[in-house]
Every structure is written in C-alpha cells, then in structure tokens.
Design a protein around this ligand. Sequence first.
Ligand code: AP5
Ligand code: MG
Length: 226
Amino acid sequence: MNDKALYNQMPIVVLLGPPGAGKGTQGEYLARKFKWKRISTGDLLRGEVARNTELGKRVYHYLAQGQLVSDEIINEVVSQYVNANFHIGIILDGYPRTIKQAEALENYRDSKPLWVILIEVPEVVVIQRLSLRRVCAVCGKVYNPTISPFPVTQTCKCGGDLVQREDDQPATISHRLEVYRELSSPLIDFYQRRRLLIKVDGTGTPEEVFSSISQEIGKKLEYGAN
Ligand code: AP5
Ligand code: MG
C-alpha cells in the first residue's frame, strides 16, 4: 500500500451537536486516546481574536454575537488544517456547521473515511452547562460545577481569574441555539441519508459519554467500516 492509500485509511471524525453538547470535552478525550489531531474551529477563531490578527478582527463580532462566520472563511481555514494533518486521524469539533461546509468537506476529504458522531443533549441541559461554565483567563482551563465544584479560591490552579466566555451570556446562548436549529441541525439529515451518522446520548457524565463514543469508534476501527 502506498503512503497516500495508507493516509486515506485514517478517519475524519466529526463531532456534531448543539452548543454545550460536549464536543470540545469529548474531542479532547478522543485526541488523547487515539493520538489524533483535534481541530476545534471555535478555539481556532478565539485564538485569532486573542492575538488580534487580521482574521481575528474580521470574525470577532460574529463570535461575540453567536453568529456563524462565513462558510468561505471557515472552509479555507479547516481545509488547510486537514491537508496538513492528512497522515493521521482528525477530529473536527465544531465543523461542519452548515450544509455548504459539509459539501466542501465532501470535496476535500478525498477517500478518507468520515464518521459523524451526533452528541444528543436536550436544550435545557446545554443552557445550564453553558451558563455555569467559567474559563481561566490565563491558561484557558474550563471549570463547570455541572462536573465538579469551583475551586474554593474561585481562581484557576495556575492563579488565573475564572471568567465567562463572551458568548455564554444568556441572550447569546439562546441565539446560538437558534443558529444551531436553523443552520446546523439540517446536517443530521444530510449525514443520515449518507449513512454516516452515529447518535450518542450526551447526557451522562463526560466519562460515560466518552465510553459510548469510544465503543462506536472501536467498532469502526475493528471492521474498517467506511
Ligand atoms: P464553538 O467554540 O464551537 O462553540 P459551540 O459549538 O457553540 O459550543 P461550545 O464550545 O460552547 O460547546 P461544546 O459542544 O464544545 O461543549 P463543551 O465540551 O465545551 O464556536 C464558537 C463560535 O465560533 C460560533 O458561535 C461561531 O461564531 C464560530 N464558529 C465555530 N465554528 C464555526 C463554523 N464551523 N462555521 C462558522 N462559525 C463557526 O462543554 C460545554 C460545557 O459543559 C463545559 O463547561 C463542559 O465542562 C461541560 N460539559 C461537557 N460535557 C459534560 C457532561 N457530560 N456533563 C456535564 N457537563 C459537561
Ligand atoms: Mg466547543
């Protein structure tokens, strides 16, 4: 088997689900377990904003308001990362989020297998998770009393202050959920029709959800299913 054929065996795993479903949490677990590359579009864009790059300046308002940035921008950014990591498994956390993005991914993924994990969590649960989430202003570590209580010092282990993500304000959370319903939930049907969708209950503890996802990925790896 030549290199290209071998690389094409490595999967792209899409984590799909509403804001707060646990895409980032599960993406990190998966990346650690399988030594795959996790690409979080939200983290990438927030990084650009924090560094005040040209891209960051262009996308800042979209993120702050919970709007999607343009398909053209995000397709360009993600396709570059995917191409640069074609030799390993890739976890896409937060992409695709529109049918146009999904169609673009179909074009540039070549013959890499695509496995789409839909993390299902009711809106009432994600609203609670997102409103309680705090993030360290220095190292970015996430704290959430839905998983374990805040540190008694109310600061991060590194000493940084715990702050709320700008888009975790109540009005912005509900707007993000509207955007998900309108623009991202059609992806469920898109992938279901292509027989690429795997549904997982996202309401258990992070470890329970990870166990379900690992089992599904284990089956795919074992049978080499596309
Ligand atoms: P992004 O950063 O992707 O945000 P999101 O999808 O709205 O959702 P979150 O990151 O808040 O949730 P998550 O599902 O990752 O859950 P997490 O693990 O963090 O996108 C931000 C913005 O960037 C967008 O609004 C848009 O502007 C732009 N953008 C990004 N991608 C784009 C794209 N493709 N196209 C256009 N624009 C794009 O968990 C949430 C909380 O719950 C955490 O505190 C966590 O600790 C906790 N938690 C996780 N799992 C559990 C559990 N099982 N039980 C209890 N608590 C849990
Ligand atoms: Mg996330």
